[in-house]
Each structure stands twice: as structure tokens, then as C-alpha cells.
Design a protein around this ligand. Structure first.
Ligand code: NAX
Length: 528
């Protein structure tokens, strides 16, 4: 599990550590670790002298970058070209002195050129020089903004970033500059790093939807005390703000049956999905549930899709009966015409499932049937909207979200998922290239974010498969946060495994699940 702590918790932990350590020690640890990573990324080709350029901001993040350049000169022991481009009128003076002592070339890009005239003529010589160096640098260190950064960048920095050559390896110091350190706001201007070197622990930016801006993540241990040892939790220890389940967690979380288990103890999942119009969704959800290892799958639906499920998934049983969790809504028409008796009966079946006290996954058309907090199943409800469905749900139920649209959800996914989780007292799994699993804020549980799926997985029916998969995990007794995040991971990996690097159809994702689960379980046995 990758765990990330909030900026406030990191700052508090830094203060606690600094109170025990000599002045500047934490930054030295950070800069030394950073310099070691940079040294390892220098080109093997020794025919030309490697060039490392650091973009240096005015805060401690800039200080890290300056000290790292200073250490690098000692560490590598071979001639290097080191350039620090200052991007702010503020300076980390100690870092600057250290860089000067180490004969790092200092380029002050903030020194303005002549005023007036065209933009090109106004550029200072220093800026031109920085731009030239960036174009040919082997490694570029982004030390403009760290955890003190707000989303967005000054124009000067944007101009410098645009000058970075295509072959440069870009390493962000702690946080890619311009990107929200808390990972709440996705997109916008900012660095796209090949790699991020962070200090003490991961921050939300590294695991939420902003993770794609960070590239590979290295955490340098600088001795922060951040709730690593839950067993001896003291007042000073804090809970993570965000988490990501990884492949090595699957064995610990996946419900593997034991010799005493039977189909009932493994979990019976009931699927109320589809209708006479949408017949594919139930087939996909039921297939996924069977393939995920449900003890039994009961399908509830009108004759058309029932016939199809009978023909394609002989393992499924039909009609209502005892279940341990419900999947309600894939392909469900929540508002059938008054003459559509079969459609109305299916909506009634969905409402009965929603009103039961059992764990419940609510997807697609099922979301349109929700009208307030989940008082019965409460914390054991998992809502699985995509951005458009979440916008529609909130615009309908939350007076403060009237007019909310998909685009706003895409920019601030956590804000709106959290809002729905709070309002409906349910866990919200928001689907997208990053899948967020957001428990009700009152639970105090960390948000999870998964980004395991290839873009090919964004295909019709893929969400129906995810619903069947996650519903099976709910029926096996997992809580909604584990069920949602584990299902998202396995769904994504199965989409990859089904056809690595190429298109995949939803049914193939479902059919791949047994082998993907087996592979992930075997991996744990090998690692363990
Ligand atoms: N506190 C410590 O002991 C340690 C701090 N470390 C480093 O310190 C960093 C945090 O340093 P700071 O708190 O100085 O913050 P930053 O270095 O991230 O920069 C904050 C400064 O940038 C300005 N700023 C923020 N967003 C901006 C934007 N979008 N456009 C223009 N200016 C903007 C702020 O007003 C502030 O002056 C960490 O990310 C890490 O790199 C590490 O050295 C580890 C130890």
C-alpha cells in the first residue's frame, strides 16, 4: 500500500524532527538523497560532459535543488556542468552560497532585459542562456515549488519549462511545480516529470489523479515520524490522507476460500441490472461476478436479459433469494414509461434491493433511484458513478451543487466525490482514468486512488464489469473501501492482461479476471 500524508501533517512532522536535529539537517538529508538519484540518472556515455540544470524557486524547495547541485559536484567525482537557474527574486541564501562554493554556474533568469519592444528583444541575456542550457540538458531538476506551492506557475517558469529539450530526464524535487501538492485540483499548467524524488513520505499529489504528473516516485527517508507504526500509535502519529493499493496488497485483501467454505459462505451476490432495452449490462456484470469467484450469482431481471444470461452464464441462478450483497443499476432504466410493466417491475426490484439492510453497490440507473442518505446499509454502500453521473446525482440532490457539470467534477474530483459521500453517507467510487474511492468524511478513513487500467479499458460495458467485480467483494465481506479499490486494481490489471498494449472488450476484461487474480496471488507467494 502506498500511503500519503497531508501537507499539514508533513509540516508538523518536519517541525518535530527539526526540534531534535541540528539546524539544516533535514534539508541536508533531502538534498543528499536527491543528489544520489540525480547521479544515478546521468548518461552512461562519457564522451561529453553531462549537463544538469536546476530550476530554482525562492523557497526551501529551491534550497533542496541548490544543495543537491552542490553535493552532486562532490558525489560524482567526474567533471560535470552544473547550472542553477534562479526563477524567483527570493533566494535560499545558504543553498546559493553552497552552490557557488561548488562552482555551480548561477543564472539569474529574473534579471529583466530592456523594457519595451518585442517579447524576444525584452528577454535578458541570462534568460537566453538559461533557455539554451535547458534545451541541451541531460537532467533537469524542477526545484521551483514544493509543498508550499499553489496550483499554477509564473510566466517566467512556464517559458523556461517550454525550453526543456525532449531528451532531458526531468526530476521534480518533492512535487512537480505548478501541480497541487494536495492533489485536489487535477490538470492545469505545471511540470510533467519523468521522476519525482520526495522526502519523508509520499504526499497526496503522488497518489491521487495528479500522480501522472510525477512519473516514477522515489521516497528519500529523512527521518520523519509519520504514523508508520500503527501498533504503537501515539498522539503525534497521524493517519494517511490518501492511499493506493498495489499489486503486493492483493493477497492480503482478496477473499481466498478455505477448505471449510462453501458457495454460501463465500458470498452470494444479487444483480438487479438491465431491462428489455439494455440487455448487455447484466450479462457483463453477472459474468464479472462469476469470474471474480462469487459463491453464487443471482440475477434479477425481465425475460429478455434473463434468457441471455441463462444462455451465456450457466453458473448464474435466477430470481430473488438470499444474498450477501446487491449490485443495483447497471443498464437499469430508472424511469420507464407508465405502460412498461416489465420496466416498472425491474425498478421495484431495484428499490427493494436498495431498501434492504445488505451491503449494496449502486451503479448507473440505480444512482437515479437514490433520494437521500443511506440510512439502512449506510457505510456498506458503494456508489460507482463516472464524472457525469456524479454531477447529475449532486445537481439533483445537493442544493449547493445545482448546475454542477461533468467538467467541474473532472477538475476537482475529490471535492465532489467527498460531497456525495458525505451527503449520502456512502462510499463513492468515482470512475475515470484515476479511480477514486472516497469514504464518508466522518469515517476518518483515507481516500484511495487507483490508476491501474490502460486507456483501452475506457470502453462501453467496462463499468458493468467493475460493478460485478466490486459487488462480489462486498458479498465476500470486504468493506466498501477495500472492495472498491481492490476491484479497481484487478479490473485495470485484467484489462491490461487481456491484451497487453491493444484494444480490449469489456467481456474480455471479465473473462480475464480469474487468471489475473491467480497471477497476483501467486506473485504474493513468490514475494513472501
Ligand atoms: N521544512 C523542512 O525542513 C524541509 C523542507 N523541504 C523542502 O521544502 C519544501 C517546502 O518549502 P517551502 O515551504 O519554502 O515552500 P516552496 O519551496 O514550495 O515554495 C513556497 C514559495 O513559493 C510561493 N508560491 C507558491 N505557489 C506559487 C505559485 N503558484 N506561483 C508563484 N509562487 C508561488 C509561496 O508564496 C512561497 O513563497 C518542500 O517541498 C521540500 O522540497 C526539504 O528540504 C525537507 C526538509
Amino acid at each position: 500500500m502506498i500511503q500519503a500524508w497531508s501537507v499539514d501533517d508533513v509540516r508538523a512532522a518536519e517541525e518535530r524532527a527539526m526540534a531534535q536535529l541540528p539546524d539544516g539537517e533535514l534539508m541536508q538529508r533531502a538534498a543528499t538523497g536527491l543528489a544520489q538519484v540525480v547521479a544515478a540518472r546521468l548518461p552512461d556515455d562519457t564522451s561529453t560532459q553531462p549537463l544538469v540544470v536546476a530550476l530554482v524557486g525562492g523557497g526551501n524547495n529551491g534550497g533542496d535543488a541548490l544543495w543537491a547541485l552542490a553535493h552532486l559536484a562532490d558525489l560524482v567525482g567526474e567533471p560535470l556542468d552544473l547550472v542553477a537557474v534562479l526563477t524567483s527574486e527570493h533566494r535560499h541564501e545558504e543553498g546559493l552560497r553552497a552552490a557557488r562554493r561548488a562552482e555551480v554556474e548561477i543564472v539569474d533568469a529574473t534579471r529583466g532585459g530592456s523594457k519595451g519592444g518585442s517579447k524576444a528583444r525584452r528577454r535578458s541575456k541570462a534568460l537566453d542562456h538559461a533557455v539554451e542550457a535547458l534545451a541541451v540538458a541531460d537532467v533537469v531538476l524542477d526545484g521551483v515549488l514544493g509543498i508550499g506551492g499553489r496550483p499554477g506557475l509564473p510566466d517566467l517558469v512556464t517559458e523556461l519549462l517550454e525550453a526543456i529539450g525532449a531528451d532531458a530526464h526531468v526530476i521534480a524535487v518533492d512535487v512537480p511545480s505548478g501541480v497541487d501538492p494536495m492533489g485536489e485540483i487535477v490538470g492545469g499548467a505545471g511540470v510533467f516529470a519523468d521522476e519525482t524524488v520526495t522526502f519523508g513520505c509520499a504526499k497526496p499529489v503522488h497518489v491521487l489523479g495528479t500522480a501522472s504528473r510525477c512519473g516514477m516516485l522515489t521516497v528519500v527517508d529523512i527521518g520523519l515520524d509519520l504514523g508508520r507504526d500503527h501498533a504503537s500509535a501515539s498522539a503525534a502519529r497521524t493517519a494517511p490522507a490518501a492511499e493506493r493499493v498495489d499489486h503486493d496488497d492483493v493477497a492480503a485483501l482478496w477473499p481466498v476460500p478455505g477448505p471449510e467454505d462453501d458457495k454460501y459462505s463465500r458470498g452470494v451476490v444479487g444483480v438487479v441490472a438491465g431491462g428489455e432495452v439494455y440487455t448487455g449490462a447484466p450479462l457483463l456484470s453477472v459474468t464479472a461476478a462469476v469470474c471474480a469467484g462469487a459463491g453464487m450469482v443471482r440475477y434479477v431481471g425481465p425475460p429478455g436479459p434473463t434468457q441471455l444470461v441463462r444462455a451465456e452464464v450457466p453458473e448464474a441462478v435466477h430470481g430473488t433469494g438470499r444474498v450477501q450483497a446487491w449490485v443495483v443499476g447497471p443498464g437499469l432504466d430508472a424511469h420507464p414509461h407508465s405502460w412498461d410493466q416489465l420496466g416498472l417491475a425491474q425498478v421495484e426490484a431495484a428499490r427493494r434491493a436498495l431498501d434492504s439492510e445488505l451491503p449494496c453497490l449502486v451503479d448507473a440507473g440505480g444512482l437515479d433511484l437514490l433520494d437521500g442518505p443511506r440510512t439502512h446499509a449506510g457505510a456498506r454502500t458503494l456508489l460507482t458513478p463516472h464524472a457525469g453521473e456524479l454531477a447529475r446525482l449532486l445537481a439533483r440532490l445537493d442544493p449547493e451543487a445545482s448546475g454542477l457539470d461533468r467538467e467541474r467534477v473532472v477538475v476537482e474530483p475529490l471535492r465532489w466525490a467527498r460531497r456525495a459521500a458525505d451527503l449520502l453517507r456512502a462510499t463513492v467510487l468515482l470512475k475515470g482514468s484515476t479511480t477514486y474511492v472516497v469514504p464518508p468524511p466522518a469515517s476518518g478513513l483515507a481516500v484511495r486512488a487507483q490508476a491501474d487500467a490502460p486507456a483501452w479499458a475506457g470502453t462501453a460495458g467496462s463499468g458493468d464489469v467493475l460493478a460485478g467485480l466490486a459487488g462480489t467483494l462486498l458479498a465476500a465481506g470486504l468493506d466498501p473501501v477495500d472492495a472498491g479499490s481492490l476491484a479497481a486494481l484487478v479490473h485495470g490489471v485484467a484489462a491490461h492482461d487481456a491484451n497487453p498494449g491493444g484494444p480490449v472488450r469489456a467481456l474480455e476484461i471479465a473473462q480475464q479476471v480469474p487468471r489475473t487474480v491467480a497471477r497476483l496471488l501467486a506473485r504474493a507467494a513468490e514475494v513472501g
